[in-house]
Design a protein around this ligand. Sequence first.
Ligand SMILES: [Zn+2]
Length: 256
Amino acid sequence: MSTSQEIWQKALLLNKILVEIVQPLLCSMEIVIKELIITNRKSICLRIDNNGDLIVIAPYYASEDEIKKIVQKKFNWIVRTRQFVLQNNKKINNLNLKEGDTLLYLGENYSIVLHNKNEILIDAEKKIFYLPFGDKTTLRRKLMQFYLVKASEILKIELDHWAEVMNLHYNGFRLKNAKRLWGSCGKNGVINLNWRLVLLPREIIAHIVIHELAHLVYKNHSRQFKYFVAKYSPNYLEKEKWLNENAYILRLFRED
Ligand SMILES: [Zn+2]
């Protein structure tokens, strides 16, 4: 057992290692190690945060060499993941709602066309989003209202459909503005779904709905739970991979 003082000294030493040895490896790529977290976990873990910066999470007994090796070994991953995060950030920040910009709806990109009517219309065939003229804040508010209405319609249909197929009963649903969750299953059989589901492809919406309904039977993510989900959501691992790769959609239309 190490005392907290020893751990603290080790943390200072590791920080020195990061600055003197690991950081120069990354400098050519403009990658910054933002933080070193010393934990009780057993292995070293690298993470890229929402700004594209690297976070190193290491056990307090990690050695200089171990950290250096991991960063070298994962160098391609660091560069790739960082590029991916920065590209997604562009998509989030470029949401200016100008003519010609694109908006997501049911997994497809719709082009924005401004029109003289004071309502939002969509042309599913031509993949056009008609928006009224107006300042960005007003447009954004109207657009979110539009998405919320569509989300409650579409998600109700999905939930009812899959509840019947899976022979389950749910006690209503709520639309959520959650930061990290696509959905959750409440205690009283109420299903919570992120309204941004309406931005995702139909088969992904179905997968999330199936996942949350399955929690009415299994409260955990056990093997039985996964087996149950897989019964209704084939290739569910691919769908989960898709969700991981498109997690930035959870950050669209956020003020904070
Ligand atoms: Zn779950």
